[in-house]
Write a protein that binds this ligand. Structure first.
Ligand code: FEO
Length: 395
């Protein structure tokens, strides 16, 4: 069902309560998501973005209940990943000649996905589209997070349609940020930023500052996932500036895998040592083999330092740690400290290899790491505690 946002703008998207993973299996979505599409009715009518392909018919059918599709003058595609462009083929089947406003790269992506010769209008930053009393202004946002991304600003109602930017995978029927649990929304917004946008943080800072310098009156930010920022939209803009600036809280995340509990015992003793020196540090431990990888990554994003522990297996580290290290590398974390530890039986290669991987990922090693042979006894665990104390002092 369509929902009124202002007298001229309606939400016509899809709330996906069933979504548990996104980007294939790359990103967990414990709280579902939404694909937000917006219908603007001024003297001219514009549709902003569509929804994910499995919901294409449902989307078009509900849009028909809201408006005669022939009355749609323009389609604006801010970003053309399939969760937003997936319903285009079904929609264009009904209105094949309606112009699609998008960036040049957006056109290339739509053509690459759907292989159709639709009526594309390429736009650049500063280009405008007059709807009547209101005007749309396009702002390219290259690599936030795809090369085609742009934002669209609507004067009059003072709305920034930001697509993935400022979004969260958060299903709600309430639509607005002032009608839901803000702790949940902020947690999901941070997870979204950490896992999808952090890699492009330098561009985020530049783009947010560019938009702030435009001094546009801003009453709402309407992203393509999750809640609309109606109450104090500046709060999420400020958060983005913080998250993009080598963000860290006073937290240490210890992420480990364990075969016969030895590396887990080491992790706990190290945590004790950190807390003994500085009780103000929040220390969190995660057995990576059992935890959600994206939640662990978000905790690492949130931290001053990350400690990675793995037993040595087959002359290397474990499968779960390998996956986590690869994901850490992709995030391009800044000013984050790191250290490694693990138990071993004979070769003891894991710690050295973790160090190498963390260095390649751009993290600053605190030390050379700590290895313990077989099951750590009391003396070995005491050394782990001292190791934790040294790490706390190094922070
Ligand atoms: Fe929500 Fe990049 O798609």
């Amino acid at each position: 069902m369509a929902k009124k946002i202002t007298s001229r703008v309606s939400w016509v998207g899809k709330v996906d309560w069933e979504l548990t993973t996104f980007h294939g299996d790359e990103l967990s979505t414990h709280r579902g998501s939404s694909y937000n599409s917006y219908l603007i009715r001024d003297k001219k009518v514009a549709l902003i973005d569509t929804v994910w392909q499995p919901y294409d018919r449902e989307f078009v059918k509900r849009l028909q209940q809201e408006i005669d599709l022939d009355k749609i003058d323009y389609i604006v595609m801010n970003h053309n990943e399939i969760d937003h462009s997936g319903a285009l083929p079904e929609l264009m089947r009904h209105i094949p000649n309606v112009p699609i406003y998008c960036t040049k790269k957006g056109e290339a992506i739509i053509r690459g996905h759907y292989h159709q010769d639709w009526n594309f209008v390429n736009v650049k930053t500063g280009d405008t589209l007059q709807l009547g009393d209101t005007t749309l202004t396009f702002i390219e946002a290259n690599m936030l997070h795809w090369p085609d991304t742009m934002f669209t600003y609507m004067s009059g109602d003072n709305i920034l349609f930001s697509n993935d930017g400022f979004g969260q995978h958060y299903a709600t029927e309430s639509l607005f940020n002032d009608a839901v649990c803000m702790d949940e929304v902020m947690r999901e917004a941070e997870k979204y930023y950490a896992n999808i946008l952090n890699t492009y943080s330098m561009l985020v800072t530049k783009k947010v500052k560019q938009i702030l310098d435009m001094n546009l009156p801003l009453d709402m930010i309407c992203p393509s996932h999750g809640v609309i920022w109606r109450n104090n939209p500046a709060q999420i803009v400020e958060k983005y500036l913080q998250w993009a600036d080598a963000y860290q809280e006073n937290q240490v995340t210890i992420a480990y895998d364990t075969m016969w509990q030895s590396t887990r015992l080491m992790a706990q003793a190290i945590a004790d040592g950190i807390r003994q020196v500085d009780p103000s540090i929040t220390v969190k431990l995660f057995n990576v083999a059992h935890e959600d990888k994206n939640d662990v990554l978000t905790e690492i994003f949130h931290s001053r330092a990350v400690l990675i522990g793995s037993p040595t297996i087959n002359y290397g580290y474990s499968f779960a740690i390998a996956g986590l290290l690869e994901m850490i590398k992709g995030l391009k974390l800044k000013k984050k400290k790191a250290a490694a530890f693990g138990s071993y039986g004979w070769s003891g290669d894991a710690v050295k290899q973790i160090n190498q991987h963390l260095t390649e990922a751009g993290l600053e090693l605190i030390n050379d790491g700590l290895m313990k042979l077989w099951v750590p006894d009391e003396n070995a665990l005491a050394e782990c505690t001292v190791y934790g104390q040294e790490i706390a002092r190094a922070l």
